[in-house]
Design a protein around this ligand. Sequence first.
Ligand code: G3H
Ligand code: 13P
Ligand code: ZN
Length: 311
Amino acid sequence: MYASTKDILEKANREGYAVGAFNFNNMEFLEAIIEAAEAEKAPVIVATSEGAMKYLGNGNPFRGAKLAYAMVKLLADSVSVPVALHLDHGKHMEFILYALSAGYSSVMIDLSAEPFEKNLEGTKKVVELAHPLGISVEAELGKLAGIEDNVSSRESVLVDPDEAKIFVEKTGVDFLAPAIGTSHGAFKFKGEAKLDYERLKKVKEYTKLPLVLHGASMVPQEKVELANKYGAEIKGAKGVPADALKKAIELGINKVNVDTDLRITFTAEIRKVLSEKKSEIDPRKILGPGRDALVEVIRDRIKFLGSSGKA
Ligand code: G3H
Ligand code: 13P
Ligand code: ZN
C-alpha cells in the first residue's frame, strides 16, 4: 500500500532496524524493488533524484514526478507492504514543489553544500511547506566524502553533532542524514573503509530522529566481476563493508540509500545478455533478466538491513 515515509521510519527507529531506500529511473527498477519488498514482507522506500524526474519526464521533470507517483501508487496499492515515494537530494525549490504537488510521501532538501545557517533556513522553509500537506522532510548535515586521516579535513566534511542538535530543533525536520564518511558511487574508499561511529552515536543521542545513510551501497564484488567480464571497466570498485553497515544500523541508521548496487547489477546482466545472445533484439528479453537480477540483490539487501517481515 502507498505509505507515509514518516510512519515507516519511526517504526524502524523504535524497533532498531533499517529500511532500504532504493533509487529508480524506470519501470523495471521500480517493479523489481516493489516485488522484492513484497517477497520479503518488508516496508520499502523508492526514490527519484532530480535527474530521475527529468529522465522519467523525458526532459520535463514535473511530468516525470507525476509519472513516478502514478507508477508507484498503482504498484504500491497492488501489494500488501508499505511503499513510500521520496525525492532524493532535492537541491532546487522547483523540484521540491513538483514532488509536493505530485503526491510524494517525503522530500529531501539537500543544502549540505551551503553554509550551516543557509542550510538551516532553507530546510526550515521546506518543512513549513511540506508539513501542512502531511509530507515529511529529510535534510543533510556535513558533506559526503571519504574520511582523510588528518583532523582538519575530517572536521571540514563530517557532521558536527552539536550543530545537528540545533539544526533539528530549529527546523523541525523529520529525518537527518549525517555525513560520517561514506560517499556516492562505486569507488567509495581509497584505502581502508572508515566511518565515524562516534559522531553517529552522538547525533543519534542528541536528535533521536530516524537517521539516513547516503552512499550506502556495498558494491557486491561478484556483480563487479560479472560486469567487467562482459566489457565494463569498473575495476577497483569498492563499497561499504558489511560489518561497517551493520554497526551503523546498530548505532541508529534507519534509512539506507542504495542506488549504485542496482546500477551495477542491472548493467552486468544486460551486458551478459547482449554479449551471449547477439541476435536478440526483443527489449523484453534484454531488460527482463536485468529486472530479475535486481529482485535478488534487493531481497538480499532488505534481509541484511533487518526489515524482512517488518511490514
Ligand atoms: O545520490 C545520488 C543517487 O545515486 C542519484 O543519482 O542524481 O545520478 O540520479 P543521480
Ligand atoms: P550509493 O551510490 O552508495 O548507492 O548511494 C546512493 C544514495 O546515497 C542515494 O541518495
Ligand atoms: Zn545520496
